[in-house]
Design a protein around this ligand. Structure first.
Ligand code: N2P
Length: 379
């Protein structure tokens, strides 16, 4: 009864039939405390502020999204489909290079892709992305200041942020014992056959570079050859180069040490509480992934509506709470589970931040990386 009455009040407030002041007066008359009445009004106003005007006549019937696997909440797509009446087709990939290769090979149906910063740089150099119309994406104002103006896309003319995180390693605390703070553990013969590395060229090579104390984006042939030697030494200890699908092996106990992104480790931890995440003392990669619209996208306006939807605080927080990566939306933080917000693996404190490095496009040196990667895979 009271619930119905307050819903009616919210509706009247929404339609402008009630002022904020009258809304609060009537809500308190229904028996809601002043604080609760004010917070209902505030929540409503903030939701409204993020639900931008959408020109429904310009929406397409379908939207084609190409994203990393295990990188969205269960209700993100159904809620969008329901609200906008758009059917979302969703495909997944496991690394940036696979996504790039697919587009370069001529895949033209995608409306949205989710490249990491350095890959945005590469795609922009190759003229593969469409500029975005900020008028259709007013929620871009809610992006936290660290991510509002990234070096790979100054002014965010082409991208909006999706999620960000670090790439350290996950481990099974029942099996891996002693001091756990170094990449060296992933070279320990004691754990032979129980170790995996990401199936990701740049990430794998960057681990060896960090272990050697070199910059994560090294283009020095000498440093890269040392990194290759280190990775060749490691190869016989590995069970596999494997990315998101490693989670089931961590859960079952087949793998004890896994070079992996923080959120995927924490998703696996939901099924096996012995799993923990470590940012090694030598440092590691920090990254941020963005939503971007390929030049060939058939449904650009709807893609921008999706971008704006994903930047709503509740929507971004729901994704972060599900996948355990960090939200780029400042106002979303108040909806993030406390356990995640306090987790230094997800939101690293300033002293840890100093050990982290972003990847950048390494240009010509990509050839050396490709060569190393091919040899490692073949070894
Ligand atoms: C989640 C993918 C994380 C993306 N499975 C790393 N950039």
């Amino acid at each position: 009864m009271r619930k119905r009455k307050i819903d009616e009040l919210v509706e009247a407030f929404a339609e402008g039939r009630l002022t904020r002041r009258d809304f609060i007066r009537k809500a308190t008359a229904l028996g809601f405390s002043l604080a609760v009445s004010m917070s209902i009004a505030r929540d409503f106003q903030s939701r409204e502020a993020y639900a931008a005007e959408v020109d429904r006549s310009k929406l397409s019937k379908e939207l084609n999204i190409y994203n990393w696997s295990d990188y969205i909440a269960e209700d993100t797509i159904p809620n969008f489909e329901k609200e906008f009446g758009v059917k979302v087709n969703y495909d997944t990939y496991e690394d940036n290079e696979a996504m790039l290769a697919k587009l370069q090979a001529g895949a033209t149906g995608y409306d949205l892709v989710v490249p990491t910063g350095y890959m945005v740089e590469i795609m922009l150099k190759q003229n593969m992305l469409a500029p975005i119309n900020h008028e259709n994406i007013p929620n871009i104002k809610s992006v936290s200041k660290e991510l509002a103006n990234p070096p790979y896309d100054p002014g965010r003319k082409y991208t909006v942020p999706w999620q960000w995180g670090t790439t350290g390693f996950g481990y099974n605390s029942k099996e891996v014992t002693g001091k756990i703070d170094s990449w060296g553990l992933l070279w320990s013969s004691k754990y032979k056959g129980k170790i995996t590395m990401l199936d990701d060229m740049r990430s794998v090579i960057s681990v060896a570079l960090k272990k050697l104390g070199y910059p994560l984006n090294s283009t020095s042939e000498k440093e890269l050859m040392e990194a290759k030697k280190l990775l060749m030494d490691q190869k016989p200890l590995l069970k596999a180069y494997i990315s998101a699908p490693v989670k089931s092996l961590l859960i079952s106990g087949e793998v004890w040490l896994s070079h992996l992104w923080v959120g995927d480790v924490l998703m696996a931890k939901e099924e096996n509480d012995a799993l923990e995440y470590c940012i090694p003392k030598e440092g590691c990669e920090i990254w941020d992934d963005s939503l971007a619209i390929p030049k060939t996208a058939p449904h650009k306006y709807t893609a921008e509506v999706w971008m704006n939807y994903c930047l709503r605080p509740e929507v971004s927080a729901a994704v972060s709470n599900f996948v355990h990566y960090a939200t780029p939306v400042e106002a979303a933080k108040k909806f993030i589970n406390k356990e995640d917000l306090d987790n230094p693996g997800i939101y690293p404190p300033p002293d840890v931040m100093t050990r982290l490095e972003f990847q950048v496009d390494i240009g010509e040196a990509t050839r050396i990386y490709d060569q190393i990667w091919t040899e490692l895979k073949a070894a």
